[in-house]
Design a protein around this ligand. Structure first.
Ligand code: FRU
Length: 469
């Protein structure tokens, strides 16, 4: 522990139960998310030696149900010459790579960015795409002998997301040139030899560097050809300031992505970055993001573990009133969580008093006809902090954590981007999960999600309404 760390007694009150955390070290982006043989695997950017960024390696955790996670040993460790940056995993069921064992059911192949350190003998400072493989379902990993498999001699070429495109029968790799604001598509028959296919740029998203792309196949509502959604993270330039994640709906022909609409935030809150999807899932994609923000990620008051993932969410498309396709997401909420259905009236009232140490879920309809607040007041008598879901007189909704914390925290990142429902109505649905320091909110039937961290440290929460906002 260093001198700026908070006392340990304060920190475990923040540890979520249903959001993935590293056991006692630093975590950032989700990596290599895959559902394989009935098990959900989450690998993640991990510093096995500390609670801030560095020594980047892939941590590993597994879950049967996407609700509770078991941490496993580090899967891909850093070395003196290479850090293991973000990437993805595919099941090479046909053993196209030849890395599997004869007669086996195909290896798991991890494609990650080698971030070569200054001590690398030939390519110091270069970022290139490399491979590791597992013959035992992801428990143990072997680095490929001929790494890297794809280089552009660039210092900012990273975050490979690989998937199999069945129409063209080829593997597709999606990467970024982070500083150039470009997404690069490469294709391959065997995961080892890659040829350039196309480059995507979009002038509307140049508020920060581009990181962690993903391309999702999503069923089109009403049938017809599948749609494709490009997911992209930018730092800064996120919807709520600092780092954040966007989606672009469009088309993909196996080589080239074309956007049909402008970017939509994947999350309106400050704490969803590098969101990517699980491989091995048919139908609507399942995504998970890093529940933190590069603007303050290393300052969150927990130690020695730091950061969590968001709850997983499924992603769907729906036709908006103007005929365009809109992204809709639903939180994957653990069944075990205590759920309260609230009757929210446009009046002052105490709705519930709950134990704040156990995760809880609040559902209901928010009146949107006048300004109104649903307040979660965390406190043990002497000290109180409010997490506020506020509706203004125009029916716009904001999640405000400006006074939710025990100590001042991220004063420049206190509010979600306001959500304005496309269709005006008397009420707006909300589904709010609070798992200690982790807050995930689904609004308006999934048309908006908000992820926020709060550091209150209280044992009791009072839920109240307050129309006199
Ligand atoms: C995004 C990111 C990635 C990179 C990784 C390094 O948060 O910067 O672009 O691969 O983190 O930890």
């Amino acid at each position: 522990m260093n001198s700026t760390s908070p006392p340990v007694a304060l920190t475990d009150v923040h540890r979520p139960r249903f959001h993935l955390t590293a056991e006692d070290t630093w975590m950032n982006d989700p990596n290599g998310l895959i559902r394989h043989e009935g098990m959900w695997h989450a690998f993640f950017q991990n510093n096995p030696l500390g609670s801030t960024w560095g020594n980047m390696s892939w941590g590993h955790a597994v879950s049967h149900d996407l609700a509770t996670w078991t941490n496993l040993p580090v899967a891909l460790p850093f070395s003196e010459t290479e850090m293991i940056f973000s990437g993805s995993i595919v099941h090479d069921a046909e053993n196209t790579s030849g890395l599997g064992t004869p007669g086996g059911d195909g290896p798991l192949v991890a494609v990650y960015t080698s971030a070569f350190t200054p001590s690398h003998p030939t390519t110091p400072g270069i970022q290139a795409q490399s491979i590791a493989f597992s013959q035992d379902g992801g428990t143990t990993w072997t680095f490929h002998a001929d790494n890297p498999v794809l280089t552009r001699d660039s210092e900012n070429f990273r975050d490979p997301k690989v998937f199999f495109h069945r129409e063209s029968s080829r593997w597709v790799m999606v990467t970024v040139e982070a500083l150039d604001h470009s997404v690069h598509f490469h294709v391959s028959d065997d995961l080892l030899a890659w040829e350039p296919a196309s480059v995507f740029t979009h002038p509307g998203l140049d508020g920060g560097i581009w990181e962690c792309p993903d391309l999702l196949r999503v069923p089109t509502p009403g049938g017809g050809d599948d749609s494709w959604v490009l997911v992209l993270s930018t730092n800064p330039g996120g919807p709520a300031g600092g780092s954040g994640t966007y989606s672009l709906v469009g088309r993909f022909d196996g080589r080239r992505f074309a956007a049909d609409a402008s970017p939509q935030p994947v999350d309106l809150g400050p704490d969803c970055y590098a969101a990517v999807s699980f491989s091995g899932v048919e139908g609507d994609p399942v995504l998970m993001g890093w529940m933190n923000n590069w603007a303050y990620a290393e300052l969150t008051p927990t130690d020695p573990w730091r950061s969590s993932m968001t709850l997983p969410r499924t992603l769907h498309l729906e036709h908006a009133a103007d005929g365009t396709l809109q992204v809709v997401q639903h939180l994957v909420i653990p069944e075990e969580i205590r759920t309260l259905d609230l009757e929210v009236q446009d009046a002052s009232a105490v709705l519930a008093v709950l134990d704040a140490e156990a995760p809880f879920r609040l559902r209901g309809e928010l009146p949107t006809g006048s300004s109104h607040r649903l307040v979660l007041r965390f406190g043990d008598g002497e000290r109180e902090g409010d997490l506020v879901l506020a509706v203004d007189s125009d029916g716009r909704v904001v999640l405000d954590r400006s006074s939710a914390h025990q100590e001042p925290f991220a004063p420049e990142h206190t509010h979600s981007l306001p959500y304005a429902p496309a269709q005006a109505g008397a009420t707006l649905s909300f589904d709010l999960v609070v798992d200690r320091s982790c807050v995930d909110l689904e609004l308006d039937g999934g048309r908006a999600l908000i992820s926020q961290q709060i550091f209150h440290g209280a044992r009791t929460v009072t839920v109240l309404t307050d129309p006199a906002a």
